[in-house]
Design a protein around this ligand. Structure first.
Ligand code: ADP
Ligand code: MG
Length: 235
């Protein structure tokens, strides 16, 4: 499943994407005709009130849910046409996900946690080296054998970042990644994401309630009443 779209420069392209949830007899329309694209290595923040559909939008991009209508292309390929195996591979190889809570496995060491996404790789040589290099990169080289419970909140979130990046995805989706951190921790995590963005040409889509996190991204979009609009843009 290799298809590249070198001409447009668009890594991700949503066209007229809508999402409606059935809620008993009622239908809840969460996203309406969203047009949204992200180029390779771009950084985007998404802000908006609680319940406006930010997580739903990330879940659609991350293929955890399907839109009710519209199309989503990644690297020129229509990801809504992928079968279950291709979807699993796409999620594993092309996208990294981090959440407000780190979702690390408590009984596994830091190194074991970050190697989980590599277990399905056909070619696993280099995975451990990559994991160790990234852990070193985020200042956790002396914590590889620790359990998540032995780390601070900021350290756990850095482990989650490493786990999300271990397979070299092109796009990182972060759903309120600093929501459980102190303001210092939030600042450090944001700085780390921006450094990795530069070093690995990693595109970032960060959902956040923090204006300071949002304003450090290249573009800030606001989601409200099902529609995305530009909130701020750096030149
Ligand atoms: P946000 O992340 O911006 O707080 P969400 O994307 O989690 O918002 O939710 C947007 C809306 O969609 C909310 O009204 C929520 O109740 C509804 N919603 C989300 N997921 C589901 C679901 N699986 N079934 C029904 N309604 C849902
Ligand atoms: Mg949410």
């Amino acid at each position: 499943m290799k298809a590249t779209n070198e001409n447009s420069g668009s890594l991700l392209e949503l066209h007229q994407v809508s999402k409606t949830f059935e809620s008993g007899p009622a239908e809840v329309s969460v996203l309406t005709d969203i047009d949204f694209s992200v180029t390779s290595g771009e950084t985007v923040a998404i802000v908006g009130p609680s319940g406006c559909g930010k997580s739903t939008l990330l879940n659609l991009i991350g293929t955890l849910e399907k839109p009710t209508s519209g199309s989503i292309a990644f690297d020129g390929q229509d990801i809504l046409q992928l079968n279950a195996n291709q979807l699993a591979e796409f999620r594993n190889q092309s996208i990294g996900f981090i959440f407000q809570l780190h979702h690390l496995l408590p009984q596994c060491s830091v190194l074991e946690n970050v190697l989980i996404p590599t277990l399905v790789n056909k070619n696993r040589s280099g995975a451990r080296q990559r994991a160790e290099a990234l852990l070193d990169r985020v200042g956790l080289s002396d914590r590889v054998a620790h359990l998540p419970g032995e780390l601070s909140g900021g350290e756990r979130q850095r482990v989650a970042v490493v786990r999300a990046l271990v397979n070299r995805p092109r796009l990182l989706l972060a759903d309120e990644p600093t929501g459980s951190l102190s303001s210092d921790g939030a600042e450090q995590l944001t700085a780390l994401l921006l450094e990795l963005n530069k070093e690995e040409n990693l595109a970032l889509i960060v959902v956040t309630h923090s204006m300071s996190v949002a304003s450090s991204m290249g573009r800030v979009l606001e989601l409200d009443h099902g529609t995305l609009s530009t909130y701020a843009e750096k030149n």
